[in-house]
Design a protein around this ligand. Structure first.
Ligand code: ATP
Ligand code: MG
Ligand code: MG
Ligand code: MG
Length: 475
């Protein structure tokens, strides 16, 4: 490794300090005063009001390395993790921001300089592609960005025009937004050895990986979809540290960078699972180790920032992440609590950049251990009953859910792993019937007896699964 993940983070921040940016510390994963947001999902979140003109700072340029979690809400990557090379639930977003100061021209020039200058990242320009917004009914094609990319020397064959899905960025359904330009890196033919990789932009395991998004913040979107121009056009960029590390360390996956290999090794020790040397034989176990490493980071940082496992809201997403990690430990044969030990591995790797972990690690580990113990009790009862037949029948699955508190997402996940189609329709039907029965028996105030712990799951929990795609790369 010629440049460690820690070094890359530092280089990025130093580069932008050199361009007059104030280095600002990451904000918490729990957004301050923003009920529209589940977790901090981008570097710009902490500056939302500055973009909107509602808040003033004593600087007009900032640079950050921001803790982000994308496991719910508008940006949800939970189902991808472990099965793509480039998605995490928790990741660090490196960003530079202009609050009504510079705009497209400088943002593009800075990004290109950092990536290609031999004094900085020195990436071969022949391996990069950029995209611009092609325009739609509300916002015109981004001809300016196109020209500025040509100006820094990107040949026109390497500039692609894309639609709103990829090239119009919004932090949520409302709030600051604008057209964007993205920079892609070609992982090359080596990545092509895996046939699932040789796909077009935007696919899960694309040979071309998106590394950096430059957002030209121009509008505030209201809940009825109307775009109001911001007081001043601004810049918001985001580059995943894990992805740029993948590029600079010359590996094919974020999970092969030094940001992850120590965690994967530790997960391997704790689950006492030795991955087979043969890629084909044990891809499933490798995915489990990646998931444990990833989810340990997310759980550690979320709890450290004050989230606690619960049956709704943020706490529920945390619980789901932890249980998914625990379940993959079980797939590797580890039925005893182990995730709480991962907390210390995460601290050891990350405390240099996020010193708060030194203070919080013991408390975090306790919370994780308690969740592992509680979940083990639930599973002990429910798992014995969970078979492929149960998963195929919504009514049987509902019985498990109702009687043992077996979480729905757990069964859906298990069905996917077993290659069985989960009967969501039957499950919903059984649930509706139960609700009708329950309502009838509530007359006179006689509540049913104690509800299983996981009964009150929020409806939003189902979102990800209905959108699930069948993808050869998943195991
Ligand atoms: P993708 O299309 O790969 O899902 P995105 O377009 O959703 O990424 P942006 O919202 O543009 O991502 O975020 C800016 C940058 O943050 C991305 O260019 C990428 O480098 C990084 N990033 C986004 N999501 C993740 C994730 N789940 N894990 C790791 N890095 C991510
Ligand atoms: Mg995405
Ligand atoms: Mg994208
Ligand atoms: Mg993007």
């Amino acid at each position: 490794i010629n440049r460690s993940g820690n070094q890359i983070r530092e280089d990025f921040l130093r580069f932008f300090e050199g361009k007059g940016h104030r280095r600002v510390h990451s904000s918490s994963l729990v957004p301050a005063n923003d009920p529209t947001l589940l977790f901090t999902n981008a570097g710009m979140n902490q500056f939302k009001d500055v973009f909107l003109g509602a808040e003033k700072r004593d600087y007009s340029r900032a640079t950050t390395s921001q803790k982000c979690v994308r496991a719910g809400g508008k940006h949800n990557d939970l189902e991808n993790v472990g099965f793509t090379r480039r998605h995490h639930t928790f990741f660090e977003m490196l960003g530079n921001f202009s609050f009504g100061d510079y705009f497209k021209k400088d943002a593009i020039a800075y990004a290109w300089e950092l990536l290609t200058s031999p004094d900085w990242f020195g990436i071969d320009t022949k391996k990069m592609y950029v995209t611009i917004f092609e325009g739609d009914a509300k916002v015109p094609r981004d001809a300016e960005a196109y020209q500025f990319w040509l100006d820094v020397g990107v040949p026109k064959e390497r500039i692609f025009e894309m639609g709103a899905k990829d090239n119009f960025w919004a932090m949520g359904d409302t709030g600051p937004c604008g057209p964007c330009s993205e920079i892609y890196y070609d992982l090359g033919q080596a990545a092509g050895e895996d046939p699932s990789v040789d796909k077009l932009f935007g696919e899960d395991d694309a040979r071309y990986v998106e590394i950096w998004n430059l957002v030209f913040m121009q509008f505030d979107r209201s809940s009825d979809g109307v775009l109001t121009p911001l007081p001043k056009p601004s810049i918001d960029t985001g580059m995943g540290l894990e992805r740029i590390a993948c590029v600079l360390q010359g590996v094919l996956s974020n999970f092969e960078t030094d940001l992850f290999t120590p965690l994967i090794k530790r997960a391997e020790e704790l689950t006492r699972h030795k991955v087979e040397a043969d890629h084909e034989i044990d891809e499933r176990s490798r995915a489990s180790l990646r998931i444990i490493a990833d989810h340990s980071r997310a759980a550690t940082f979320l709890i450290s920032d004050g989230v606690l496992p619960a049956n709704e809201g943020r706490g529920y997403v945390l619980r789901k992440i932890m249980r998914r990690g625990i379940r993959h430990g079980r797939l590797l044969g580890q039925e005893k609590p182990f995730m709480h030990e991962m907390v210390y591995a995460v601290r050891d790797e990350m405390a240099a950049a996020y010193p708060e972990l030194k203070e919080t690690a013991d408390r975090v580990a306790k919370v994780v251990l308690a969740e592992e113990q509680q979940f083990a009790r639930t599973l002990e009862l429910g798992l014995r009953q969970m078979t492929e037949e149960t998963l195929r029948s919504g009514a049987a699955a509902f019985h498990l859910y109702e009687t043992f508190g077996m979480p729905l997402d757990f069964m859906v996940d298990a069905a996917r792993d077993a290659g069985v189609a989960f009967d969501m329709e039957g499950f919903e039907q059984a649930r509706a019937e139960e609700q009708t029965r329950a309502r009838a028996s509530w007359k006179g105030g006689s509540q049913k007896t104690a509800a299983p712990v996981y009964r009150e799951l929020p409806k939003t929990e189902f979102e990800g699964y209905s959108a699930l795609r069948v993808d050869g790369a998943r195991v």
